[in-house]
Design a protein around this ligand. Structure first.
Ligand SMILES: Nc1ncnc2c1ncn2[C@@H]1O[C@H](COP(=O)(O)OP(=O)(O)OP(=O)(O)O)[C@@H](O)[C@H]1O
Length: 131
């Protein structure tokens, strides 16, 4: 049964500021547990951070790196939310469900392509100088 605003105000519903953090962590745990892609992103992030430490990149380069890593995680998390809402609406095949999931996935694809370009621009000169 859908929850209305009265349900939300009833005792037992954790509606405080701190509990919204706890819900956010529940969401994060769900994504880490269920999404295959997130594990790949964690691996790539560890490789990128290791390379950055090795090459001793500048402060601005660290900022760019964390924006790219953070952006990829955020897009994957939003993508998971959209997938779940679509599955809630219908488990049957529906062209709009397909469009919604494909469009959400395309955001991750676009960001991944841009991240690769940024990675090449950022690490390319360090790698060339090292060789
Ligand atoms: N209800 C549906 N109706 C039509 N097409 C769907 C539906 N559910 C999924 N699809 C199609 O299947 C693709 C994969 O959907 P799915 O929910 O399995 O995501 P996924 O590939 O597991 O994504 P991720 O790996 O990020 O979890 C979608 O991009 C979409 O093209």
């Amino acid at each position: 049964m859908p929850m209305d605003s009265r349900d939300r105000n009833r005792k037992g519903y954790r509606g405080s500021f701190t509990s919204s953090f706890s819900y956010a962590f529940e969401g994060l745990r769900f994504v880490l547990r269920t999404e295959r892609n997130i594990k790949f992103h964690v691996f790539i992030a560890v490789v990128m951070i290791s390379m950055s430490l090795f090459f001793q990149i500048t402060k601005v380069e660290w900022l760019i790196l964390f924006l790219v890593i953070g952006g990829m995680f955020v897009i994957e998390i939003i993508n998971t939310a959209i997938e779940n809402v679509v599955d809630l609406v219908t488990e049957e095949f529906h062209p709009l469900a397909k469009t919604a999931k494909d469009v959400a996935a395309s955001a991750a694809l676009v960001f991944a392509c841009i991240s690769v370009i940024i990675g090449v621009i950022l690490f390319g000169p360090y790698i060339v100088a090292y060789l």
